[in-house]
Design a binder for this molecule. Structure first.
Ligand code: NAI
Length: 265
């Protein structure tokens, strides 16, 4: 019982960048043949070449494309043991008067519907074979209110979906869990900071540990939940947020105390 994924094929959506890329690398380094699925063909090919995996171009919002790609991968490479759903897009922080329904739909289509489509296609096959582990990337934004009127509800939906499918497929031996990252230094977040929409000091300062999460820290939690070490765990949502969720209410009381190491004892 360890973090050995030898011979266990993993399918990682959004595997061409950020958290998905870190998950693909983590699993491959522990023996998993990884299928790197991403809408960005070049990114998927780069990561797959690096880790000795297979690249697959795929838009998780297109159910027929997903079903076809998964059916092909399953028959060509063999049963898939692990699914990581990391494909996702962030959202502009607009009030409802400025947030078009087009943008609202596009975030929900990829982040929530796309996660469901991949779960439905692969999870059904895993359930038929009697085993499998799915890890969905949700977000702390799905656990607290924020100015993200599509992204927040979509991620809350991913957490709910994780619970529903864990109960659905538990009797068939398939575990379904979620990881909710805090602010994580990925290309998507870096773009948000470069545009001025997000400030690194605020993002870091919001967490108890005072920094950004690394994609590798998310991948380690995903790897644990996908592994046999977590054989007793299904239907949970594990925040990997450096204490963002526990630290934010302290703002009401004047903020976190200074570390004795850094300030007064
Ligand atoms: P990223 O932009 O670095 O990577 C996302 C990848 O998903 C990209 O390679 C992109 O091409 C792919 N992708 C986007 N739409 C797709 C689609 N329709 N079909 C297939 N692939 C698609 O972003 P990052 O930051 O690594 O985000 C990964 C996941 O983590 C997302 O679900 C995001 O919501 C979630 N997350 C990220 C946080 C952060 O602070 N970076 C915090 C909480 C959650």
């Amino acid at each position: 019982m360890d973090l050995d994924f030898s011979g266990r094929i993993a399918f990682v959506t959004g595997g061409g960048s950020g958290i998905g890329e870190a998950c693909a690398r983590f699993l491959a380094a522990r023996g998993s043949p990884v299928i790197v699925a991403d809408v960005n063909a070049e990114a998927a090919a780069r990561v797959a070449a690096d880790i000795g995996g297979e690249a697959l171009t795929l838009d998780v919002g297109e159910e027929e494309q997903v079903e076809r790609a998964i059916a092909q991968a399953w028959s060509k490479q063999g049963p898939i043991a692990v699914l990581v759903n990391s494909a996702g897009i962030l959202q502009r922080m607009l009030p409802p008067s400025k947030l078009s329904l087009r943008e609202w739909d596009s975030v929900a289509r990829i982040d929530l519907r796309g996660t469901y489509v991949c779960c439905a296609s692969l999870g059904t096959r895993m359930a038929a074979q009697g085993s499998g582990a799915i890890v969905n990337i949700a977000s702390v934004a799905g656990m607290r209110s924020g100015p993200l009127h599509s992204y927040g509800p979509a991620k809350a939906g991913v957490i709910s979906l994780t619970e529903c499918l864990a109960a659905e497929w538990g009797p068939s031996g398939v575990r379904v869990n979620a990881v909710s990252p805090g602010f994580t230094r990925t290309p998507a977040l870096t773009r948000g900071m470069a545009s001025g929409a997000l400030q690194e000091t605020r993002l870091s300062g919001g967490s108890a540990m005072g920094r950004l999460v690394t994609p590798e820290e998310i991948a380690a939690a995903v790897g644990f939940l996908a592994s046999d070490l977590a054989s007793g765990i299904t239907g949970v949502n594990l925040p990997v947020d450096l204490g963002y969720l526990v630290a934010t209410p302290w703002a009401t009381y004047g903020g976190l105390r200074q570390s004795p190491g850094r300030g007064e004892a």
